[in-house]
Write a protein that binds this ligand. Structure first.
Ligand code: SF4
Length: 207
C-alpha cells in the first residue's frame, strides 16, 4: 500500500490499546501510542491521527507540542484501530514543544511506558467527557473494542470505548453510563462498577 506523507503538531499522545471483550471477560493488546496532530496529511490541511509503536516512542519521546513529520500506511481495518495511519517510517522531530506553565488536568508531557498503563489499570470514562476534557491528557485512552458475541459461532462486533488511567481524584473525571456487552442468544452483560474499582484498587486517590 502506498505511504502517505504527513507533518503536524502533536495535540495529543495517548496509549494505543485494543480491548477484546467476550461477555464478562476482557483483555488488552498494547499496540503502542496514538497521536492526534494538527497539520497536513497527504497534502490536505486538517486534524489527523497516527499510530506509532512503543520502540518508536521510546526513541523519540514525543509529547504534546512537538512538531513532527513522517510517512504512514492507511490502517487495513479502521474498526480495529483508532488511528488513520500506522507503520510509520522516516519519523522526524522538527521542533520540540515548549514546557507548559499550566497545572493539570489534563496531564501533558511524555507518556509513560505501556507497562505502566497496564499496572495502573483503568476506569471507564464518559465519551462526552473524553471529547471535551481528556483528548489531550496522557491518561486518557480511546480503545478499539472487539466483542466476541458467541465463541462457538465466531462473529465479532466492533465499537470504541473511552477510559481513564489517571488519578482517581481528577476533577474532570466522569464515568458515564455502564458498558453493555452483547452475548449469545440476545444475552447482555452490564459491566458493574466493581470491575473498575477492582482494577484500580491498588492506587490511592492521587496516584
Ligand atoms: S479524567 Fe482522566 S483522562 Fe481526563 S483529564 Fe482527568 S486524568 Fe486525564
Amino acid at each position: 500500500m502506498e505511504k502517505v506523507a504527513w507533518q503536524g503538531q502533536v495535540v495529543s499522545i495517548q496509549p494505543r490499546i485494543r480491548m477484546v471483550r467476550s461477555f464478562d471477560e476482557r483483555g488488552h493488546n498494547y499496540l503502542g501510542y496514538s497521536l492526534i496532530l494538527e497539520g497536513v496529511i497527504g497534502g490536505e490541511e486538517r486534524e489527523f491521527t497516527v499510530g506509532i509503536g512503543k520502540a518508536t516512542q521510546a526513541k523519540f519521546k514525543l509529547r504534546v507540542g512537538d512538531e513532527v513529520s513522517g510517512l504512514g500506511v492507511p490502517v487495513a481495518d479502521p474498526r480495529r484501530e483508532t488511528v488513520e495511519l500506522y507503520r510509520v517510517s522516516k519519523l522526524k522531530v522538527l521542533r520540540r514543544g515548549e514546557d507548559e506553565d499550566g497545572t493539570p488536568p489534563p496531564w501533558h508531557g511524555v507518556p509513560p511506558d505501556l507497562e505502566v498503563y497496564r499496572q495502573r489499570g483503568h476506569r471507564r470514562l464518559s465519551a462526552r467527557t473524553y471529547n471535551s476534557k481528556c483528548r489531550g491528557c496522557i491518561w486518557g485512552c480511546r480503545m478499539a473494542v472487539e466483542m466476541i458475541v458467541d465463541p462457538w459461532d465466531p462473529q465479532v462486533r466492533y465499537r470504541y470505548e473511552t477510559f481513564c488511567y489517571g488519578p482517581k481524584s481528577c476533577p474532570n473525571y466522569k464515568a458515564g453510563p455502564r458498558r453493555v456487552v452483547p452475548g449469545r442468544k440476545g444475552m447482555k452483560w452490564v459491566e458493574p462498577d466493581w470491575v473498575d474499582e477492582q482494577d484500580t484498587a491498588h492506587r490511592g486517590p492521587d496516584d
